[in-house]
Ligand binder design. Structure first.
Ligand code: F6R
Length: 615
């Protein structure tokens, strides 16, 4: 969750660290802090509760010309957001400073060891004890790398840690323990970087290496050495990453969320490009799909695992795999999957969906699947992320950087990747009719235009948003392929506007949730012409009989709910199987505009973080 950045090199470290934090703020914004080292072994530390602009104002004009520095944006786990709980944390002598992402599960026992000797702790965090242990180990070994390595052996849980010491001002040491989020090392010209996310490094360097769990990086301006958990030197491949400077700025949009909603026609184009072949009327996954035909025929079922919005995309994918490939498919919340001793084996294809590729719940579930010998694919938006290294193959979402904390375009990229995967599996197993594949390929190639048309609904949705912005409860209903969209509508609204919203299968409504309905509780009902519309119509009638306002989302040209629902939003034409690609847009736009009406912080909603690296 927390964002981590470090720099050592020929330029003043302070502004580079602060700039890196700006690119990481979406990971957590409860507090921020930096520690800078100058060549005279002095440590400069600044910390501020709240968003980064508070720290920025606090340090203005005071930054020393440091040779190295570390910075941290916090998403609080242990200890409320406060200056004292902000990272970096120091040992009592001020010799060592650390930043940390993860949870020290045995921190109370570790702390007691020091408090029993009379040490005092200045924060309520689980992280501060790491600085004490590193300092203790540094005293014993005289070497910061060895000190951090020995420290990690004492910590329970999963961690990413960067440590600096005043003894060696130009040196940063970073460790990754378990699946607590990524650690990426950047190689510059006479300078080196360390960060939790690639995005923080790309403006400075595109040459990077990712730490695997258990690895440590010894980072100096003129080079980086890597060791494994046993202290043995290892070689890491340096990769050159693509960088799109335009994708990371808001441009003419007021918020990243709106910009990313508007980028979806392009996301769809990128997601179909090269995968859907119009001349051959088929899909081609190329290197993205690592299994041969024999292996594919041995698959007896598919389990899709993910969290949050990615799980809603996976739910759509489940329909695709069952309908197009005719393989039994299930969807599981990754955090539940891990702990329920799933019955899986090498005939179970596990497909994870994760925009970050670093979500700890999803990574642990993938480890579970790996231990059971399952073939694995991941749908991911971040090349090189940990999920791509665990899976046998990766289908990229191709959505470009997603900065708003609430996901939009990555869900779209995931749904298209899963549609292509289902077509591929169906063809290889001989369960997909050629004509159906041709029809689906043509429909997917028309989807970017339909998504563009769906954006034209924005003014209408903005009007609805201003009408309903002050309501305190919302219901979202759907059936079949529209159920994941309804769940996503409710999630988006909760996340960005803080309105209580529930997403339900429409058939379930009368089994309880209908008790919520009165004239103050609006329902968004996805009633598309997909064979289930008449059932949805009955559900809408039931809501109206209880005076509940209804916004119906319907297929192009469908007027059957005019006069029944209070408002009817007509989607552009699209193949019924691909309808979630367009029906999700009104959900996103409604949540966005209601949040704006309520004055909420759209891009950085309270309590959330973009990459969830703690359980
Ligand atoms: C919602 C949202 C989250 C993420 C979830 C999984 O807008 O962004 O629900 O979808 O935390 O994240 P990834 O996809 O990175 O595994």
């Amino acid at each position: 969750m927390c964002g981590i950045i470090g720099y050592t090199g020929r330029r003043p470290a302070g502004p580079i660290v602060i700039d890196g934090l700006k690119r990481l703020e979406y990971r957590g914004y409860d507090s921020a802090g930096i520690a800078l080292l100058d060549g005279d072994h002095e440590l400069y530390v600044a910390r501020s509760v709240g968003k980064l602009d508070r720290l920025d104002a606090h340090v203005e004009g005071t930054l020393p010309p440091a040779v190295a520095g570390i910075g941290h944006t916090r998403w609080a786990t242990h200890g409320e957001p406060s200056d004292a709980n902000a990272h970096p944390h120091l040992d009592p002598s001020g010799r060592v400073a650390i930043i940390h992402n993860g949870i020290v599960e045995n921190f109370e026992t570790l702390r007691a060891r020091f408090t029993d000797r009379g040490a005092t702790f200045l924060s309520a965090t689980d992280s501060e004890v790491i600085a004490h242990i590193v300092a203790e180990q540094l005293e014993a070994s005289g070497d910061l790398v060895e000190a951090l390595r020995l420290t990690t052996l004492q910590l329970e849980g999963a961690h990413a840690i960067v440590a600096v010491a005043t003894d060696e001002p130009g040196r940063l040491v970073a460790a990754r323990v378990g699946n607590a989020g990524g650690v990426v090392v950047g190689f510059g010209d006479g300078e080196s970087f360390i960060a939790s996310d690639l995005a923080a490094l790309l403006p400075n360097t595109r040459r990077v290496a990712f730490l695997d769990p258990g690895e440590i990086a010894d980072v100096r301006a003129d080079g980086v050495a890597f060791i494994d958990g046993e202290g043995r030197a290892i070689e890491k491949a340096v990769k050159t990453q693509p960088y799109d400077p335009v994708a990371a700025v808001k441009g003419r949009y007021k918020h990243f969320m709106l910009k990313e909603i508007y980028e979806q026609p392009e996301t769809a184009l990128d997601a179909v490009r090269g995968r859907y072949l119009p001349d051959l009327a088929r899909v081609s996954l190329g290197d993205e799909f690592p299994f041969d035909a024999e292996r594919v025929r041995r698959i007896r079922r598919v389990i899709l695992i993910a969290m949050g919005t990615s799980m809603h995309a996976a739910m759509v994918g489940r329909h695709y795999i069952e309908r197009l490939a005719r393989i039994p498919a299930e969807i599981d919340n990754a955090a539940e999957f891990r702990y329920r001793q799933p019955v899986i084996d090498d005939e179970t294809l596990v497909v994870s969906v994760a925009q970050s590729g670093e979500t700890v719940d999803t990574l642990w579930a993938m480890e579970e699947a790996r231990a059971a010998g399952c073939p694995q694919l991941t749908v991911c938006n971040t090349p090189g992320a940990q999920s791509t290294r665990v899976a046998d193959g990766t289908l990229l979402m191709r959505a470009g950087p997603e900065i708003a904390v609430a996901s939009t375009k990555t869900m779209l990229g995931s749904m298209i990747a899963l549609h292509a995967l289902a077509l591929h599996l169906g063809r290889v197993r001989g369960t997909l009719d050629e004509a159906v594949e041709a029809e689906q390929v043509a429909a997917a190639l028309r989807a970017p235009a339909a998504i563009g048309q769906a954006l034209l609904l924005e003014p209408r949705i903005a009007q609805l948003a201003s009408r309903y912005a002050q309501r305190e409860d919302f219901l979202f209903l759907g059936r079949g392929l529209s159920l994941p969209v309804a769940l996503e509508g409710a999630l988006k609204l909760k996340e960005v506007s803080y309105i209580h919203a529930e997403g339900y299968p429409a058939g379930e409504m009368k089994h309880g949730p209908i008790a919520l309905i009165d004239e103050n509780v609006p329902t968004v009902a996805l009633a598309l012409d997909d064979g289930l519309r008449d059932k949805m119509r009955s559900n809408i009638e039931q809501l109206k009989a209880r005076r509940g306002p209804v916004i119906a989302i319907v297929s192009a040209g469908d007027h059957s709910l005019d006069g029944v629902a209070d408002d009817v939003i007509e989607l552009p034409p699209i193949d019924p199987l691909l309808s979630p690609l367009v029906s999700v847009l009104p959900m996103q736009l409604l949540a966005y505009h209601i949040a704006v009406e309520r004055g909420a912080d759209v891009d950085q909603p309270r309590n959330l973080a973009k990459t969830v690296t703690v359980e």
